[in-house]
Ligand binder design. Structure first.
Ligand code: NAP
Length: 642
C-alpha cells in the first residue's frame, strides 16, 4: 500500500522545518496552520494571496511577504509542536469560510461552500460516503449490481456499493484494475492534470512523487485503492461483456460475459453500471492502406515494448495528447522521427509538468495535518469554473474567427506567445504549429516546452502534407513523397463517441441502445436514458470536462447520483426507474445549447468531442457546481416508476 495518508510527528529540531518551508506552497500552508492551531489571526491581511494561477503558485506574494509567511509558519509550527501537537477542534463553517477566502484571495460564493467542503475532505471524514445501508432499508429485496469496468469509475462505484452493503460484481476485460492507466503504457504517459486533484477526494495521497505522475504511479494508486477498498474479490478479471439484455417481466438485466477461456456465462443483476470510459477503444484512422505497412505498427494504447527504436526511422500519425507525450521519448531513441500532423494543437504551458514534487513540499504534506488537503483545494479552485469564460462564444463570433471572444483571444495570445517564443528561429515550424482556430476547439495539449523542443531536433520532421495512403514501405503523402519507415505508430486516439462499443445493450421492449442513439449518444445527466431502466453510465455522454476540473470529480458526482437512485428503489419498493423521454430531451436541448456557447461547440475542427453528426456528444458545457447540484439528489419525478 503506497497511499500515504499518515502525518508524521514534527521533529524536535527546527532545522528540517525551516528547510521544508523553503518549498512550501504558502497560500495553502497558512490556512492549514490556522486550522491545526485554531488561530485565525495567522491569516494576515498582508499575506493575502492576490491570484489563484497555476503559473503563479505563491499567489503574487512578494519575496518579502513570502519570507514573512515562512517565518510566521516556522514560529507557529514550533510552538504548536512544543505544546504537544494537538490539532484544534474542527473549525466552524464561518472559520472554514475565512480560510477558503484567504487561500483563493477572494470571497467564495455561498453556493460553492458545501461542494468545497466535500472536496476538502478533512481528516478521515468521507463526506460522500452513503449514510445508509441496503439491509437497514430493505433486507429482503434482491439488489445485485453489475459494474462493467474496473478503471477509475468502476473502482469508485464498487467501493460505494460495498459501503452501502449492496451486492455487486465488477466485470473487467483486463487482467488487472486501472482501465486507461493499465492499458496506456506508452513511454511518457503521465496524467496531464495535476495528480493532487486527479484522485478521489476521500482517498487523497499526500506523497505524490510528481505534480503530474507517470502512468505506473497512477496505476499503482488505483491498484492500492482497490486493495484498500477490499473490492478485488468481487472483480471478474479477463472477462468481457458481450451483451446486456433487460427482462421486462422480471425487471432483471442479463449480462452475458465471456471469460479468458472463451466460455460464456450470464450474470443477472437488478441494475447495471457502465464504467467503460470514453477513451478506451483505440481508433485506427480512416486512411487507405491501414494494415498494408510491412514493418511493425501499433496503436499508442497497445504499445509494443519489444521494439528497439535505436537507429530506426519511426513514423507517427497523430499529434494529440498521447502522441505529444510519447514522441519526445521516441525522439530520444529513434534515428529519425516523422510526425504526420493533420491538424495542429494548442499547447498549454504547465511549468511543473515533468517536475518531481519538491522535497520540502512533500515533507510538509506528510508532517503538517491538512496542508495536503488545502493544496488540493487550491488546485481545485485554480483549475475550476473560473476558466469557463475563456472558452465562451461571444455574440459577435462568426464562423472562421480565430477566437470566440475577448477572453478566448487573451488565451490565444498567451498560448501563441509561448509557442512563438520556443520556435522563434524557425518561422516554418511556427507556420505549421500555430492553429488558425480558437483555443479549446479541441483538447488543449498540456506541455512545458518539450513539444517545440522536440520539433527543433534535427532528426525530427513535422510533415503537414496530407496523407494519401499507407504503403507497405511507409506513408505516401499527397505531394507524391513516400516516407519510408521502419516502424509506424498510430497516435490516432479512441472511438470516443461510440459509447459502450462493442457491447450490445437491449432495454425495455427490445429497445437497442445503439439504434436508439443512432450514432449520437445522449443521456440524462450523462447517467440514464429512456428505455434502459436501472442502467447507469459513469463518464457517459456529455460528462467530459474540457477546461475546468478533474474527471474524478465528475465520477464522484455520478456515483453519488446512482447510489441515490438505488436508495430510492429500496425505499419505494419500485422495481425499476426509467428516465422520462421529455425530461431526457429537454435536458439534452439545454446541453446542446450550452455547448454551442463554447469554443468546441462552434468550431468545425475535427475532435473526439463530437459524434459523426457533428454534435458535441462528450462535453459538459457548464460549471462544476451545476453538475454537483444536479447529481446530489435524484428526483423521482424525472422517471417512469416501474
Ligand atoms: P486524439 O486527441 O483524438 O488525437 C488523435 C490524433 O490522431 C490527432 O492528432 C488526429 O488529428 C490524428 N488523426 C486521427 N485520425 C487521423 C487521420 N485519418 N489522418 C491523420 N491524422 C489523424 O487522441 P489522443 O492523443 O490519444 O488523446 C485522446 C484523449 O485522451 C486526450 O484528448 C485526453 O483527453 C486523453 N489523454 C489524456 C492523457 C493524460 O492525461 N495523461 C494523455 C493522453 C491522452 P486531428 O486533430 O486532425 O483529428
Amino acid at each position: 500500500m503506497t497511499i500515504s495518508r499518515e502525518v508524521q510527528p514534527l521533529p524536535l529540531d527546527d532545522e528540517p522545518i525551516r528547510k521544508a518551508l523553503e518549498d512550501a506552497h504558502l497560500p495553502s500552508l497558512l490556512p492549514a496552520l490556522a486550522q491545526i492551531t485554531g488561530d485565525l489571526s495567522l491569516l494576515r491581511e498582508d499575506l493575502f494571496p492576490e491570484t489563484v494561477l497555476l503559473t503563479d503558485p505563491q499567489g503574487g506574494l512578494s519575496e518579502e511577504a513570502q519570507a514573512e509567511a515562512r517565518a510566521l509558519a516556522l514560529r507557529t509550527l514550533g510552538e504548536w509542536r512544543d505544546a504537544g501537537s494537538v490539532v484544534a477542534p474542527p473549525p466552524s463553517l464561518a472559520d472554514v469560510r475565512r480560510m477558503m477566502d484567504f487561500l483563493i484571495g477572494e470571497h467564495v460564493s455561498d453556493e460553492y461552500l458545501p461542494l468545497l467542503l466535500e472536496e476538502l475532505a478533512f481528516a478521515d471524514k468521507d463526506a460522500r460516503a452513503p449514510e445508509w445501508s441496503k439491509n437497514a432499508i430493505n433486507a429482503d429485496r434482491s439488489m445485485r449490481v453489475a459494474i462493467v469496468g474496473a478503471g477509475m469509475s468502476g473502482i469508485l462505484a464498487a467501493h460505494r456499493l460495498q459501503q452501502a452493503g449492496i451486492e455487486y460484481t465488477v466485470i473487467e476485460k483486463n487482467e488487472d484494475v486501472g482501465g486507461t492507466w493499465f492499458e496506456n503504457t506508452y513511454p511518457g504517459a503521465r496524467v496531464d492534470s495535476s495528480n493532487h486533484a486527479y484522485s478521489y477526494s476521500f482517498m487523497q495521497k499526500f506523497d505524490w512523487p510528481y505534480h503530474h505522475s507517470p502512468q505506473e504511479v497512477l496505476l499503482e494508486y488505483f491498484r492500492d485503492c482497490a486493495e484498500a477498498f477490499d473490492i478485488r474479490d468481487n472483480i471478474r478479471f479477463n472477462t468481457e461483456v458481450i451483451d446486456v439484455v433487460y427482462d421486462d417481466e422480471r425487471a432483471v438485466w442479463a449480462v452475458r460475459v465471456r471469460g479468458a477461456d472463451g466460455a460464456e456465462e450470464t450474470i443477472e443483476a437488478e441494475a447495471v453500471i457502465s464504467a467503460v470510459g470514453q477513451l478506451n477503444r483505440p481508433k485506427m484512422p480512416a486512411i487507405e492502406g491501414v494494415g498494408a505497412f510491412e514493418g511493425p505498427s501499433f496503436h499508442s494504447a497497445r504499445w509494443d515494448h519489444d521494439i528497439d527504436f535505436a537507429g530506426k526511422t519511426v513514423g507517427v500519425i497523430g499529434t494529440g495528447s498521447s502522441a505529444s507525450q510519447f514522441i519526445p521519448h521516441l525522439s530520444d531513441r529513434a534515428g529519425e522521427v516523422r510526425i504526420f500532423q493533420r491538424t495542429p494543437n494548442w499547447y498549454a504551458p504547465a511549468p511543473n509538468y515533468h517536475e518531481r514534487v519538491a522535497d520540502g513540499f512533500l515533507w510538509l504534506a506528510t508532517h503538517v495535518p491538512t496542508y495536503a488537503q488545502w493544496y488540493r483545494f487550491w488546485l481545485f479552485w485554480a483549475i475550476s469554473d473560473g476558466f469557463l469564460p475563456m472558452v465562451e462564444v461571444d455574440d459577435s463570433w462568426q464562423p472562421g474567427d480565430e477566437v470566440t471572444g475577448k477572453l478566448n483571444g487573451e488565451l490565444r495570445d498567451l498560448l501563441a506567445g509561448s509557442m512563438r517564443n520556443y520556435l522563434k528561429d524557425r518561422p516554418d515550424l511556427i507556420e505549421k504549429t500555430l492553429p488558425d482556430f480558437p483555443p479549446a476547439s479541441k483538447r488543449i495539449v498540456v506541455d512545458n516546452g518539450t513539444w517545440p523542443k522536440t520539433l527543433l531536433k534535427e532528426h525530427v520532421h513535422l510533415v503537414t502534407e496530407p496523407i494519401e495512403r499507407i504503403t507497405p514501405r511507409g506513408v505516401l503523402t499527397e505531394d507524391g513523397e513516400e516516407h519510408a519507415l521502419d516502424v509506424l505508430v498510430y497516435g490516432t486516439g479512441f472511438q470516443a463517441s461510440k459509447f459502450l462499443t462493442p457491447m450490445k445493450v437491449v432495454g425495455r421492449n427490445g429497445a437497442d441502445m445503439h439504434e436508439q442513439w443512432d450514432g449520437d449518444a445522449r443521456a440524462y445527466l450523462g447517467i440514464t436514458m429512456p428505455n434502459f431502466p436501472n442502467f447507469f453510465f459513469l463518464y457517459g455522454p456529455n460528462t467530459n470536462i474540457v477546461v475546468n476540473g478533474s474527471i474524478v470529480y465528475f465520477s464522484e458526482c455520478e456515483v453519488q447520483y446512482v447510489l441515490e437512485c438505488l436508495k430510492f428503489l429500496l425505499e419505494s419498493g419500485r422495481q425499476a426507474i426509467d428516465c422520462r423521454t421529455d425530461v431526457h430531451d429537454a435536458y439534452n436541448e439545454r446541453i446542446d445549447a450550452g455547448n454551442l456557447k463554447r469554443a468546441w461547440g462552434v468550431s468545425n475542427v475535427p475532435s473526439w468531442y463530437k459524434s459523426d453528426s457533428g454534435r458535441v456528444a462528450q462535453n459538459w458545457p457548464f460549471t462544476l457546481l451545476e453538475y454537483w447540484q444536479q447529481t446530489k439528489k435524484m428526483d423521482p419525478a424525472d422517471y417512469v416508476l416501474l
